[in-house]
Design a protein around this ligand. Structure first.
Ligand code: SF4
Ligand code: SF3
Length: 549
């Protein structure tokens, strides 16, 4: 097998025997085969769009199935067989409609004509496809690097587009671009510059996908407001919801209304508490439990109720808690229960509710502990005048955006130590699951402005960008001239998409860690550091001193 799409890739060089995430070579092979099938759908979808044929089912399918191939999302080989069957059926159906509309034969590429041999091992066929993909690019490591950057970036973008469409927000430009990028993987004539441009276009389109998702969330649930979230347990039956999917969280809240069950968020669902309409409508959305994804084996084992995993990051579950885990949407693991959608992309959560009622729940209230979330773009920009005044009076010297993914490696302590050492006259904005290293730290206020503000989930990078652009406008300066430094941590492909968005916007001096992506070749990194001053993190002391200059 070959996979190097995430930060924990083996020895920083690629997983070859078994995934460090727990993904086996068989699952990896069928994921590669599915991506090849999507590369075969792409030219047909583009042609269909040109002809005005409706391609929405293919567009959404492409996003969902790319999402399923991301790190820690789906480990169920059989689920990928289903996706592959569906991919071929959708492609053939659309191809027939395109050919009928065109009335002339079209010379389709091999990927468009590909048919798996269902009598033979799909794993072996996926392995062959994967070897061919690597061989095609073996003579130019930099182009291979950019191809992988583009592929991993569109996986992240596809996951945001998938969530956005669940909330009724779609833009055909995003779908068209996903197909264009997949089709480009078939094109041997693209040079280095073409691939650099394509990778940056991923950033542009990801910005649009995050904007759509932001609109989906704020239209449905209102703009987040600073909200106190209990971290302690409340006596009673309990359900834990993990992942990023706020629409599915809402569906569960609706189905558990008046059951007496308290619903807790886990991981990237913490910012859901900041959405006023969600909080007001569902008072049993009680609190937050646990920290980042890599601690789930301990957190999930201890939780006294069922757990619903809505998106990544799912770790292979221990047998001591797998019977209380449920997955939905693109997420899956062979040994855990999967809830199919029944209507409007929503599952029937009855088995989860029955499990919660059968399990003990929390016997008593825990020692009160709390955290604040909900500092999204509206909440921060509403007090922009106070922020500007504090900066002008020298009360706030610098802003740090310390955000991104968390992970298990010990060198991620850098981020904890960095925030610990941020001087008293500086403010930390944070987002995504990397914040769990310091999210409950008491950092106080400067005037009435909190020194630690949680902007939201990783997709709320859109909100952080709007805050930066809003402040730049208020200060009448370029965003790169703001007293703001970005200290980012990455783990999986959504972070790749977000990084490409920041580069597309021309944001400079980003510090990235804990290690650089294995799929970025030295030449590609040199190019990015020359143009954008992208740099690896060093030590908190050195980086702080450099940022505060
Ligand atoms: Fe390895 Fe990451 Fe790929 Fe898993 S997703 S196989 S850990 S590179
Ligand atoms: Fe975290 Fe997976 Fe990336 Fe959404 S939940 S940021 S790692």
């Amino acid at each position: 097998m070959f996979c190097e799409q995430c930060e924990q890739t083996a020895s920083g060089q690629g997983c070859h025997q078994w995934g460090a995430c727990g993904k086996g070579p068989d699952v990896n092979a069928v994921q590669d085969l599915l991506i090849y099938c999507l590369r075969g759908i792409a030219p047909v979808a583009l042609k269909a769009k040109e002809l005005g044929i409706d391609t929405r089912d293919v567009d959404v399918f492409t996003c969902e199935s790319m999402f399923a191939t991301m790190t820690n999302v789906n480990f169920n080989r059989k689920r990928f067989y289903t996706y592959i069957r569906e991919a071929i059926a959708l492609r053939e159906n659309l191809k027939a409609r395109v050919e009928e509309a065109r009335d002339t034969a079209i010379a389709w590429s091999p990927a468009v004509q590909y048919q798996p041999d269902w009598t033979e091992s799909l794993v072996a066929q996926g392995e062959e496809i994967s070897r061919d993909f690597i061989a095609e690019s073996s003579d130019n490591i930099d182009i291979f690097s950019l191809k992988l950057t583009t592929l991993y970036g569109i996986k992240g973008l596809a996951s945001y587009a998938f969530h956005a469409q669940e909330l009724g927000q779609e833009d055909d430009r995003v779908y068209t671009f996903c197909h264009e990028a997949l089709a480009a993987l078939e094109n041997p004539d693209l040079g280095l510059e073409d691939w650099v441009n394509l990778a940056l276009k991923v950033g542009e389109m990801n910005l649009r996908a995050m904007e759509l998702l932001d609109a989906g969330h704020t239209n449905h649930y209102g703009h987040p407001t600073p909200t106190v979230v209990p971290l302690n347990a409340k006596a009673g039956k309990a359900i834990l919801v993990s992942g990023h999917d706020i629409k599915q969280l809402e569906a569960l809240l609706k189905q558990t209304a008046n059951t007496g069950i308290n619903v807790y968020t886990h991981g990237e669902l913490l910012p859901a508490h900041g959405y006023p309409i969600l909080k007001q409508t569902y008072p049993h959305l009680y609190g937050h439990y646990g920290t980042a994804w890599q601690n789930q084996t301990k957190d999930f084992a201890k939780f006294p109720g069922p757990i619903v995993v809505t998106t990544n990051c799912l770790m292979p579950p221990h047998e001591n808690y797998e019977d209380k885990l449920f997955s939905i949407g693109p997420v899956g693991y062979p040994e855990i229960a999967y809830l199919e959608d029944v209507a409007d992309d929503i599952p029937d959560f009855t088995p989860v509710i029955q499990k919660a009622l059968a399990m003990p729940g929390f016997a008593e209230d825990g020692e009160p502990r709390q955290v604040k979330t909900g500092f999204a773009r509206n909440a921060v920009l509403n007090v922009a005048d106070r922020i500007i005044e504090a900066v002008q009076q020298g009360k706030i010297r610098h802003f740090f955006l310390v955000g991104g993914c968390d992970g298990a490696k010990p060198d991620r302590n850098y981020y904890t130590n960095f925030v610990d050492q941020v001087p008293e006259d500086c403010v930390v904005l944070t987002l995504a699951c990397g914040k769990f290293r310091f999210f409950d730290k008491e950092m106080g206020e400067i005037g009435s402005i909190p020194r630690l503000m949680d902007v939201g989930q990783c997709n709320d990078a859109y909100s952080a960008i709007q805050i930066a652009l809003g402040l730049a406008q208020a200060f009448e300066m370029d965003v790169n001239e703001l007293p703001l430094s970005m200290i980012l941590s990455w783990y999986e492909q959504k972070a790749v998409a977000v990084l490409l968005t920041l580069l597309y916007l021309g944001i400079k001096d980003i510090r990235l860690g804990p290690t650089l992506p294995a799929f970025i070749s030295p030449n590609v990194f040199a190019l990015l550091s020359e143009k954008y001053h992208l740099q690896p993190i060093t030590t908190p002391e050195e980086d702080l001193a450099a940022c505060l200059g």
